[in-house]
Design a protein. Structure first.
Lengths: 583, 463, 176
């Protein structure tokens, strides 16, 4: 062992921490052992363009777009020791042949060049090859504006074509499934869609047929891509080969505004991005959250949302007079509701909240129940068959939040008793929000007729709204700010992508106003903004800590240990552990 | 009703050193095990069973045997790449997908001397610790597939295969796996993917070096038919003795396959490097056809860079530099590489002065465009692009600029692909343009402005 | 074109099942997919080509998605998705055989059998069948017998030194 009068070499310092030194474009950085070259470049904030690589999928290394120049120190002759420069590193011997960055892991003292003549020539070359058979579809292709062929062509391409030959012709506008359209000419054969269906969706129905330049992606002749995760292939397709039917020819992406929010179709709480122009939603795409939904979302959830422009939206308060609903202003409707409710004893009133409401709305429902003096406060349960991926066994998005806010281990339990009481006539008046009781609560129209007073808060003209005496128009999940807690105990926030239509208001305000109408003296503590409400809530519940709406991170934060995990995330974690995917 | 006869009546040429091909066209020979045993067959198996597996590998290393499939990689070194602490099953695969244009040697081994291959596989399996072996046989050898399975059965009956071979405790099963007419299955990782039942897309290396992550992600050694046969002879004579054959670093014998414009095309087994190109083409193969003269030669299968017969090559450095005329090139690995080509699979294709090089190049380009698996961008798009350009050259519809484009495209593929097919497709173009540019350009004209309908539209829109 | 009746219609017999099971047993238990090629060969040998039904049978037998089998069938020139004639000629088109006259040999074979190759291409459907259904042709790539070119395969029979003038003789060996 040589004496260490000098300081330790960088390689030893790194090794102690399980890290590796790598030089990227002239600068040395440390990255964890096992990091792929392309991820190391990302850490160094050096863009390495790529198509086929995806951190959640296996790496076939077939697009060749991520070619970089790599160097390693020369191996010392047998018997000799490696020599180190003044900076403590060995001299890098640059390889003349480029290597792909996506599948190789970094080695100690490795050098990577993401710029320079060789790398530029490689990228130009790959771009040229990708474009020679690519159809001139940009003007009619949905992918324009978010197309990696366009982006890298501008960044790294040649700018002119010297290809004079006839292009290879392949099927265009193929109806590959009820929700997806395929254009084989646009396909660059990166195989992301095939790998996704095989590795993540576990349904290997996509594949290549023929070979060489005639290779064509597709599904078995006569079959359809009906898998409930099929639309994720549209997200990851770098070009316009796979496009979504619901978005086809609808809008150019550069006109759309993006809003981060949360899917409310089930208890998983997949993270989403809502794309709008004006007050219309054009599409919803998954937003990456490695603790919740990775980069994916089920088709059923993605396509299931309520828009302000939907035909059946309620846009004004309604008061029933002689069996007919008449429009009214909020003031009148609130007063009417308050007056009507005051006619009943506290044990004749039930408040039915919803596990589709946000924490803030649930808090207001609880306050409302308290104001009414009613103990009958429940939510409606919605169980379903889970799909062992992202679709939870709980169709409600905020059951965990409801349990917390309503301070009830099983807030749906009371619902059965409330239903009985409604049928028996003991409960005469109800206030219900965000629920159509003839659906999951399994009350019939006759049961509702039994009631003397129904005050409801709805977004659409449901059977409950029809039966209600007073109807308040509410906001859908894409039109409100708020927080929810998913089945795994993660606190996440929704943002408003649209504003509610007509006279409709965000629910928490409607409930607050109803409470104010009920009480003789409006309290000074009445929150004037949702942020104020949020302050009140976080102070009332320890587990919520200081996580007011504005402080909840974009990717959420775990606040409760529920013991429930999301199957797809578990599987992804396992695949990451084997090194098969970067994760 | 096949025309493969077991007795073509062809006598070996005097320059030949018949070892692997000792029994090909041999008087009185047949492919049965009885015949093989009478000739001393499976004695080397008995010998190897008594050896330490590491010693078998050592003999092969000492012998200097280099792969005969085309890459010329030292076989013993390849065997040594299996991870030392491996616990997964080890597989031996015999690559009988002989598809390199110009090559026709493995055909004769599997059609006429199957037991030599089986014995070689047994010894190789012993060395690497494999208990399951596959012979990947190209689909276009249907007779050989049947014959080989028969030979395997014969060997099994004699307990040369199966469990507890000759009481040694060693097990080995050999299975035939027929391909389906794809050149890319000759690439070892493409072969492995094909064996696994998938599209034969070659794997990226790193990390999928077959010796570590091969068939079913277990250590796998893929060797050419001829290479495996050499192993038997190495054990017979010992590695050191074998290394005396041929020339230093280019040891042993190899089978050269000569086709094209020569009087006597055919297979010739020679000591590596002990015969020159001139001796081969003029003496052994009878020289050019009457009234013709040699023009060009592809020395190692169509992937090898073409050589001009009137060329001289400067090889070596500094003081050791010397000039070598085409006819003086010894048929070995190193010199051929130094001359800017490769010994490859030994497929020597000869063209005389009646051949148009544009036609030759176009024929080769068609082959690679057809055989490209399509996995990676440069080869998939580039190989067809090169074919389309050379189509136009042959049709008289190309401009001089097209030649430059053709060359650029080749260099844009070379070195950028998943597997060596990229080089195989681009080298013929690079070499042909380098050596015969004038001739190619003479077939072009500035006036041949060809544009496809899309290209016309594109130009109109931009300009 | 006359309907092809040379080959029996696709139907699985116990004989085929047995052959298939033998092949499947050649590979480790958890690697049934490896048997795709052998099973497809069994099917093609008996039924002349591989249709949808056959693809689906192979998929079901090996517990694969039909697409995974279709991927393989459509990749390899050695697997036919269309019925050939009773006698299928595969003429080598690669360099050495081309130099020896394989293109002329192909022309001669087509002439003698009445086959029109003008509509066949090398990737989608490379096979051209005669009107009578007895003959079919396609070009193959290097058949590894370059020294004796032109060479060709007729079904499983290999023929060397088939100069264009010998085409008639070659066809004559199969005329029934």
């Amino acid at each position: 062992m040589s004496d260490s009068t000098t300081t330790q070499l960088p390689k030893d310092l790194a090794a102690e921490k399980g890290m590796i030194n790598v030089q990227i474009d002239g600068h040395w950085i440390q990255v964890p052992r096992g990091t792929r070259m392309i991820e190391a470049c990302k850490i160094a904030e050096k863009e390495v363009p790529h198509y086929c690589y995806h951190p959640k999928l296996s790496s076939p290394g077939n697009c060749r777009m991520c070619l970089v120049q790599m160097g390693m120190p020369a191996r010392p002759a047998p018997g000799e020791e490696p020599t180190y420069g003044d900076d403590g590193y060995q001299e890098i011997g640059w390889m003349p042949r480029p290597v792909i960055a996506c599948a190789n892991t970094v080695g100690e003292n490795m050098g990577i060049r993401t710029t320079g003549d060789l790398v530029e020539k490689c990228r130009e070359g790959v771009m040229e090859f990708l474009l020679i058979n690519h159809p001139l579809d940009c003007p009619i292709c949905d992918q324009a504006g978010e197309c990696q062929l366009q982006e890298f062509s501008v960044e790294h391409g040649k700018g002119e074509s010297r290809f004079k030959e006839d292009k290879v012709k392949k099927p265009k506008n193929v109806k590959i499934g009820p929700r997806i359209r395929l254009d084989d000419e646009r396909c660059i054969m990166c195989s992301r869609c095939i790998r996704f269906m095989d590795e993540v969706a576990d349904d290997p129905v996509l594949g290549f047929s023929e070979r060489g330049t005639h290779t064509t992606v597709g599904i078995y002749p006569g079959r359809e891509l009906t898998n409930n995760y099929g639309l994720n292939t549209v997200d990851i397709c770098p070009v316009g080969a796979l496009t979504s039917n619901d978005f086809r020819f609808q809008m150019r992406t550069w006109f759309l505004k993006e809003t981060d929010s949360i899917d409310t179709n089930c208890g998983t709480g997949a993270n989403i991005t809502i794309w709008t122009r004006g007050n219309k939603i054009f599409r919803i795409t998954p937003r990456q959250n490695d603790e919740v939904n990775s980069c994916w979302i089920p088709d059923s959830h993605r396509l299931s949302y309520t828009c302000p422009t939907d035909d059946d939206r309620l846009t004004a308060c309604l008061i029933k007079a002689d069996g007919v609903h008449e429009e009214s202003c909020w003031e009148n409707a609130l007063d009417a509701a308050a007056d009507a409710l005051k006619q009943y004893d506290t044990n004749e009133i039930a408040v039915i909240a919803s596990a589709r409401q946000t924490n803030e709305e649930l808090f207001m429902m609880r306050t409302l129940a308290s104001e009414l003096g009613s103990d009958e406060l429940a939510i409606v349960a919605r169980a379903q068959t889970p799909d062992e991926m992202l679709v939870s066994s709980d169709q409600n998005p905020n059951t965990t939040g409801a349990k917390l806010i309503l301070d009830d281990k099983n807030p749906a339990e009371k619902m059965d008793a409330i239903c009985e009481s409604i049928r028996s006539g003991q409960i005469k008046a109800i206030v219900v929000a965000s629920e159509d009781l003839t659906e999951a609560a399994q009350l019939t129209s006759e049961d509702l007729d039994n009631l003397e007073l129904i005050v409801s808060l709805n977004t659409s003209a449901s059977a409950t709204a029809q039966a209600s005496d007073i109807v308040f128009p509410g906001a859908s999940s894409t039109e409100k700010r708020g927080s929810m807690i998913n089945v795994a105990g993660r606190l996440q926030k929704l943002n408003a992508a649209c504003i509610p239509p007509g006279d409709a208001r965000v629910d928490w305000e409607a409930i607050r106003d109803l409470i104010n109408a009920l009480s003789d003296e409006p309290s000074n503590d009445t929150p004037q903004s949702i942020d104020q409400l949020s302050e009140i809530i976080t102070k009332s519940f320890d587990v919520l800590n200081d996580y007011t709406l504005s402080k909840i991170p974009n990717s959420g934060v775990t606040v409760i240990e529920t013991g429930v995990s999301i199957p797809l995330i578990d599987r992804e974690t396992a695949r990451k552990a084997t090194g098969e995917i970067v994760g | 009703m096949s025309k493969i006869s077991y007795l073509s009546g062809k006598e070996p040429d005097s320059c030949e050193h018949r070892m692997i091909f000792k029994n090909i066209d041999r008087e009185g020979w047949d492919p049965s095990i009885a015949c093989y045993l009478k000739d001393g067959g499976y004695e080397q198996l008995r010998k190897a069973l008594k050896m330490n597996p590491a010693d078998i590998t050592n003999e092969v290393k000492i012998s200097g045997l280099r792969g005969r499939g085309g890459a010329g990689f030292p076989t013993g070194v390849k065997w040594g790449f299996i991870p030392p602490n491996n616990t997964k099953p080890v597989y031996l695969i015999c690559n009988c997908d002989e598809s390199e244009p110009g090559t026709f040697k493995d055909r004769y081994i599997v059609h006429q001397d199957p037991h030599q291959l089986i014995e070689g596989m047994l010894i190789s399996a012993l060395a690497i610790g494999a208990h399951t072996a596959y012979i990947y046989m190209r689909e276009e050898f249907p007779e050989a597939a049947i014959l080989m399975e028969k030979a395997i059965e014969e060997a099994r009956e004699k307990n040369f295969l199966g469990s507890d071979i000759l009481g040694s405790g060693f097990d080995l099963e050999i299975f035939i796996h027929r391909g389906a007419a794809a050149y890319i299955c000759g690439e070892e990782t493409g072969l492995i993917e094909s064996l696994e039942g998938k599209r034969p897309y070659p794997r990226i290396k790193p990390p999928y070096f077959p010796a570590a992550l091969g068939l079913y992600m277990a250590p796998t050694i893929v060797n050419n038919v001829e290479s495996i046969c050499h192993v038997k002879h190495i054990i017979e004579m010992g590695g050191a003795e074998y290394a005396k054959l041929g020339t230093p670093r280019n040891t042993g014998t190899r089978i050269l396959c000569v086709s094209g414009d020569v009087k006597k095309p055919g297979y010739y087994e020679v000591e590596v490097g002990k015969i020159t190109m001139g001796e081969l083409l003029n003496d052994v193969c009878g020289g050019p056809l009457d009234g013709r003269s040699f023009k060009a030669c592809i020395p190692g299968g169509s992937s090898a860079k073409i050589l001009r017969c009137d060329e001289t090559f400067k090889i070596g450095n500094g003081e050791n530099q010397k000039e070598l005329g085409f006819y003086d090139i010894p048929m070995d690995f190193d010199t051929m590489a130094a001359c800017g080509s490769m010994a490859g699979s030994g497929g020597v294709i000869v063209m005389d002065d009646s051949r148009k090089m544009s036609w030759v190049l176009n024929n080769i380009n068609h082959f690679y465009a057809h055989e490209s698996c399509g996995q990676c961008t440069p080869c998939r798009e580039g190989s067809m692009w090169m074919r389309k350009i050379s189509d136009r050259i042959v049709d008289g519809k190309a401009t001089p600029e097209d030649i430059q484009t053709l060359e650029d495209v080749a260099y844009q593929i070379d070195g950028r692909t998943v597997c060596a097919f990229g080089e195989a497709a681009s080298w013929p173009v690079e070499a042909m343009i380098s050596k015969f540019r004038d001739e190619l350009e003479a077939e072009t004209s500035e006036d041949n402005e060809y544009l496809s309908p899309e290209a016309k539209r594109q130009l109109k829109n931009i300009s | 074109m006359k309907t092809q009746t040379t080959f029996p219609a696709f139907a699985i017999s116990s004989e085929i099942e047995d052959a298939a099971n033998t092949r499947i047993a050649q590979y480790p238990n958890d690697q049934k997919r490896s048997a795709v090629l052998p099973l497809l060969h069994i099917v093609q040998h008996k039924f002349g080509f591989i249709n949808r039904e056959a693809t689906e049978w192979v998929a079901q037998k090996l517990e694969l998605e039909p697409m995974q089998v279709h991927e393989v069938v459509s990749f390899y020139p050695g697997f036919r998705e269309h019925a050939p004639g009773k006698y299928h000629f595969r003429v080598c088109r690669t360099l050495s055989c081309a130099m020896a006259g394989s293109a002329e040999l192909m022309d001669r074979i087509c002439e003698l059998t009445g086959i029109d190759r003008s509509n066949s291409d090398s990737h989608h459907n490379p096979i051209a069948v005669s009107p009578c259904g007895l003959w079919s042709v396609e070009f193959a790539e290097c058949l590894a017998s370059c020294g004796t070119g032109p060479v060709c395969l007729v079904n499983d029979d290999f023929h060397e030194d088939v100069a264009p003038e010998k085409a008639e003789n070659l066809i004559g060996q199969y005329n029934n």
